[in-house]
Ligand binder design. Structure first.
Ligand code: NAP
Length: 390
């Protein structure tokens, strides 16, 4: 029996993780939860799973949760809040495996704390790897914590890497659906609305990652995540647009063999793989090969998706440029969703922030968070003058 901490339990990945726990009660027990603002869903989850500890993002919501638990007669669940609460959820003594599925850099401290305390981690929170991958991986080497990628592309690469050694890898290919605007003429990009951008063709996900998929910044974050997780330079991490989203990624070996991982577009599969690793457990997440008529692959369009170019540049620079890329995007996506920034303004904001960010290599999580804050301040000042940006 594995005791699981689910960080970001009310989100898309978090609820899929709890679904896995529901399906495999003989394998997984929910030991702790951490969520943001969704009080009703967190209360329901606490009543269902009776974790030892639960954390909310804010003290006020945590107090309301305590009251809800009391009124429901649920005793014995400790409630915390903030970054400290998420860290406690991740590091409880009884936790064996931590699913890091908080969105954004808000998940960084708890991810680092989980690894620092030697817990094995299922990593969905790619922003943590982008902002502080070097520090997290160095800590994992020290404590022996395993980091199993949940992001479907990296999960696929992890699976394909079992077919050869790291030294035998020529390059890897991350597949991209191309998002909803793959075929939209560039001239129409300036008028794209949040409603249009929130309609992903193949995946149902949280809002930020859905917008990031539309700008292809999500693929950019994944390029950086892949460089770090698989210890590869940026020029060995390639992107291919694969609209069917059936192949989740590929590894090309030096002898010319290319291994691909195919499966349903359902995040429960990579979550299950990470939670069960190194075992493979039977599931109903099957894919009917006979329904597959063709597989398409195209070159990504760097002109229409400048976030890809910016991401490769940040991947090569590393340090504060990766941190700024992610932070500026978080701020810009929020502004876009609030109707205060155009779709093109997202990439323009990121570019301006990167131009103004001095390149440094942070040596601690505190320094990462400081650089993240500085980039956010810069991004807010750029988006505040958004009319000048569009
Ligand atoms: N969804 C996917 O298919 C997918 C695929 C690959 C990778 N990922 C990655 O997985 C992560 C989660 O994505 P998602 O799509 O599941 O996002 P989501 O649906 O927006 O969920 C985000 C979760 O984070 C919680 N949260 C937000 N701020 C928090 C804070 N300060 N403290 C604690 N919890 C906080 C939210 O809580 P409330 O809802 O309660 O506010 C929610 O539970 C992201 O890094 C994303 O890039 C997602």
């Amino acid at each position: 029996m594995k005791n699981i901490a689910v960080l970001g339990s009310t989100g898309s990945i978090g609820t899929s993780t709890l679904d896995i726990c529901e399906q495999y009660p003989e394998r997984y027990r929910v030991a702790s939860l951490a969520a943001g603002k969704n009080l009703a869903a967190t209360l329901q989850q606490c009543l269902r799973w009776r974790p030892a500890f639960v954390s909310m993002a804010e003290e006020e919501t945590a107090d309301l949760l305590k009251r809800g638990l009391r009124e429901s007669g649920a005793d014995g669940i400790e409630v915390g809040f903030g970054a400290e609460g998420s860290v406690r959820a991740a590091t409880l003594a009884e936790v064996d495996f931590v699913v890091c599925a908080v969105v954004g850099v808000a998940g960084l401290e708890a991810t680092y704390a989980a690894v620092a305390s030697g817990k094995d981690v299922g990593l969905a929170n790619k922003e943590a790897m982008v902002a502080a991958g070097d520090l997290i991986l160095a800590k994992a080497r020290e404590t022996g914590a395993a980091i199993l990628p949940i992001d479907s592309e990296h999960n696929a690469i992890h699976q394909c890497m079992r077919g050869g050694t790291q030294a035998e890898v020529k390059q890897i290919w991350l597949t991209a659906s191309g998002g909803p605007f793959r075929n939209t003429p560039l001239a129409e990009f300036a008028k794209i609305t949040p409603q249009q951008a929130l309609k992903h063709p193949t995946w149902v996900m949280g809002q930020r990652i859905t917008i990031d998929s539309a700008t292809m910044l999500n693929k950019g974050l994944e390029i950086i995540e892949a460089c770090r997780l698989f210890d590869l330079p940026a020029d060995k991490v390639r992107v291919t647009v694969h609209p069917q989203s059936t192949i989740h990624s590929l590894v090309e070996y030096v002898d010319g063999s290319i291994l691909a991982q195919l499966s349903v577009t359902d995040m429960r599969l990579p979550i299950l793989y990470a939670m069960a690793y190194p075992e493979r457990v039977p599931s109903n997440l099957t894919f009917d090969l006979t329904t597959l008529s063709h597989l398409d692959f195209q070159q990504p369009d760097f002109e229409r998706f400048p976030c890809l170019r910016l991401s490769y540049e940040a991947a090569k620079a590393g340090g504060t440029h990766c941190i700024a890329l992610n932070a500026a995007d978080e701020v810009a996506v929020e502004a876009f969703l609030a109707g205060k920034l155009s779709f093109n303004g997202i990439a323009q904001t990121i570019e301006r922030v990167l131009e103004s960010t001095a390149l440094r290599q942070p040596e601690s999580i505190a320094e990462v968070l400081e650089a993240d804050g500085a980039a956010r301040d810069l991004a807010h000042s750029v988006t505040a003058g958004a009319l000048a940006v569009v």
